[in-house]
Design a protein around this ligand. Structure first.
Ligand SMILES: [Zn+2]
Ligand SMILES: [Zn+2]
Ligand SMILES: [Zn+2]
Ligand SMILES: [Zn+2]
Ligand SMILES: [Zn+2]
Ligand SMILES: [Zn+2]
Ligand SMILES: [Zn+2]
Ligand SMILES: [Zn+2]
Length: 201
């Protein structure tokens, strides 16, 4: 008879809340510490689950003890900027501090999006790619803009997702039968089928 004990991997991986509980770690297998070291910057969901990390310092990289390299503190906490939980659907794109602190899967947001960027307006209303000027195209590569289609966007192009923010508005429960389809303030709050979230002024 073999006395080999096979532990099943814990379903929560490195994000397990019981990872320091002796009894639990005897029963389940957990990932080891990340090979990238203490201040690993990879905050993607898959990576966080695959490797164990120190608890995140609540001041992130703005921590003064981290900036002064205080060893006793840096041995206990990880210092990196976390990913925004809203990801591509982030609604805080005009909050400068939020954008600087959290990582987002889109480029720097255009300060004039969604209603006041003339370059983006040109970019999205021109039918032929040849007539788009260099200035317009470069602006739309440098900055992310709020996609007019919002949660109904059918675009699968990864470049579109990198250059656009898709805000999830609540869906109007009346859908096509909504009686307020001519009221701009209602259309600005709810998503309706076949109507763009952002309409040109
Ligand atoms: Zn095994
Ligand atoms: Zn566990
Ligand atoms: Zn890591
Ligand atoms: Zn710290
Ligand atoms: Zn965000
Ligand atoms: Zn713009
Ligand atoms: Zn889109
Ligand atoms: Zn409605």
């Amino acid at each position: 008879m073999s006395s080999f004990i096979h532990r099943n991997p814990c379903k929560d991986g490195a994000q397990c809340k019981d990872i320091d509980n002796e009894k639990h770690i005897q029963e389940y297998e957990h990932p080891s510490y990340c090979p990238n070291g203490k201040n690993c910057q990879d905050t993607s969901q898959n990576h966080e689950k695959a490797y164990r990390h120190l608890p995140l310092c609540k001041y992130f990289q703005k921590c003064s003890e981290y900036q002064k390299h205080i060893k006793s503190h840096c041995d206990k906490f990880r210092h990196c900027n976390p990913s925004c939980e809203l990801g591509n659907n982030c609604i805080h794109f005009h909050d400068k501090q939020h954008i600087e602190t959290y990582k987002h899967p889109f480029s720097q947001p255009c300060p004039l999006t969604p209603y006041h960027c003339a370059l983006y307006e040109q970019y999205t209303t021109t039918n032929t790619t040849e007539s788009i000027s260099y200035e317009v195209e470069q602006h739309c590569l440098d900055f992310a803009h709020v996609c007019r289609l919002g949660r109904n966007c059918p675009d699968k192009d990864p470049l579109h997702w990198e250059k656009s923010i898709h805000v999830h508005r609540p869906i109007c429960s009346f859908g096509n039968k909504c009686t307020k389809l001519v009221q701009e303030d209602h259309l600005n709050l709810f998503t309706h089928p076949n109507i763009r979230d952002i309409r040109l002024l």
